[in-house]
Write a protein that binds this ligand. Structure first.
Ligand code: MG
Length: 389
């Protein structure tokens, strides 16, 4: 059922530590299972996507976001005869490296690590599955297959790519040095990620009251489907039906984007006609929106940036989150015995700063909050109306 350009588990580039095949599962199904059973995956449930974890029970967390990305990715993969299991594995792992408090946490940690190699969540996701998970007697990390690791490393700076390349020549970072692409399954996860967060940030944004359906009238991708929904179901107009109108609009938006990606990518794949994954890796990106949808999606992103991600209430709490991360970083560096795992356990190649950064990055929002209170005597962001990006 797989296309010639799909990743075939039987032809995987393999794992860093050779392991006998599993009797009933393919290599990518095995990767997905390892991810689902990891500690980092369980922590996603208490990590901020946009809205703070304690804000309300219905907002997305990193976990529900990752599940939505997997759902969208799988349904597109099936239509394009790509490998669904690989898409699922990459989608479920793509945000494992995120710090507590969303991008505010990452920015603060990156500033703390400026002199020590910086901090970047994509690279951290790879670090989690390659090194930080401690589950196997024979090796650190989850020992995932090349294709899953390639998909997890979505972005990488040149400096980081050069460093990774030294420890793994011709490995997952090579494409950032040779301007190559990742597999179509990896490309698909990037698009599914975008489709998912654009849609759920509208939903969560309206739920929080930070944006309104009326404001969204300026976004064509949203408003066209809102009109279509009201035309078909006039009863959706008016406040009592507000949420149903929102859901119906988002549902139509999601479907339109999924079909658009399938159509535009099918055309691109027919034209380029790659015969293998390695050919795909040498071609320009083939998984894509059509040009009209690309523009509409971009307009929606711009709207969310101005009206949600840079909302004054968001910016106010972002400052507090950064303060907490910086303050935790300084506290652990000065008193490493305050960490649950000793700094003396680190390997020679890992600086004390990196151990602290790994420790903070692994925290859930609520653990970071409790630790900040314990170490600094200051309770921040608790019971506040707050959200982050
Ligand atoms: Mg994501």
């Amino acid at each position: 059922m797989l296309a010639a350009f799909a990743c075939d588990p039987a032809r995987s580039r393999g794992r860093r530590f050779a392991q006998a095949p599993a009797p009933t599962r393919t290599e990518y199904q095995r990767d997905r299972d390892r991810i689902v059973h990891s500690s980092a995956f369980r922590r996603l449930v208490y990590k901020t996507q946009v809205f703070l974890n304690h804000e309300g029970d219905l907002f997305r967390t990193r976990l529900t976001h990752s599940l939505e990305v997997a759902q969208l990715g799988r349904s597109i993969a099936r239509s394009l005869a790509l490998n669904e299991d690989l898409v699922e594995a990459i989608a479920l792992a793509h945000d494992l490296g995120h710090t507590p408090f969303g991008h505010a946490g990452q920015d603060a940690l990156n500033e703390c690590m400026a002199e020590f190699g910086g901090f970047e969540h994509n690279l951290q996701s790879l670090r989690v599955v390659d090194q930080l998970e401690e589950r196997y007697p024979q090796f650190d990390g989850l020992n995932l297959s090349f294709e899953t690791r390639e998909g997890i490393l979505k972005h990488c700076s040149r400096a980081n790519a050069e460093q990774l390349e030294r420890s793994e020549p011709g490995g997952v970072a090579s494409r950032f040095l040779s301007q190559g692409q990742a597999s179509l399954e990896a490309q698909l996860c990037n698009l599914a990620d975008e489709i998912a967060y654009n849609a759920h940030d509208i939903d969560d944004g309206v739920r929080s009251g930070l944006i309104t359906i009326d404001q969204l009238a300026e976004v064509a991708l949203f408003d066209d489907f809102r009109r279509e929904a009201v035309a078909e179901y006039p009863g959706l107009r008016g406040p009592p039906q507000g949420r149903r109108l929102l859901y119906e609009t988002i549902r139509r938006m999601l479907s339109a984007q999924v079909y658009d990606v399938i159509e535009a990518s099918s055309t691109a794949l027919q034209r380029a006609a790659p015969q293998s994954v390695d050919e795909v890796r040498r071609m320009p990106p083939l998984l894509q929106f059509g040009s009209d949808m690309q523009q509409r999606s971009q307009a929606l992103k711009t709207f969310l940036l101005h009206h949600l991600y840079r909302h004054p209430r968001v910016l106010q709490t972002t400052g507090q989150a950064k303060l907490m991360v910086r303050s935790l970083f300084d506290a652990y560096l000065a008193h490493p015995q305050q960490m649950q795992r000793g700094i003396e356990e680190r390997s020679e190649a890992t600086s004390a700063e990196r151990v602290v950064a790994d420790y903070i990055a692994g925290m859930t929002d609520r653990f970071a909050g409790r630790e900040h209170e314990r170490l600094r005597g200051l309770k921040l962001l608790v019971g506040e109306s707050a959200c982050f990006v």
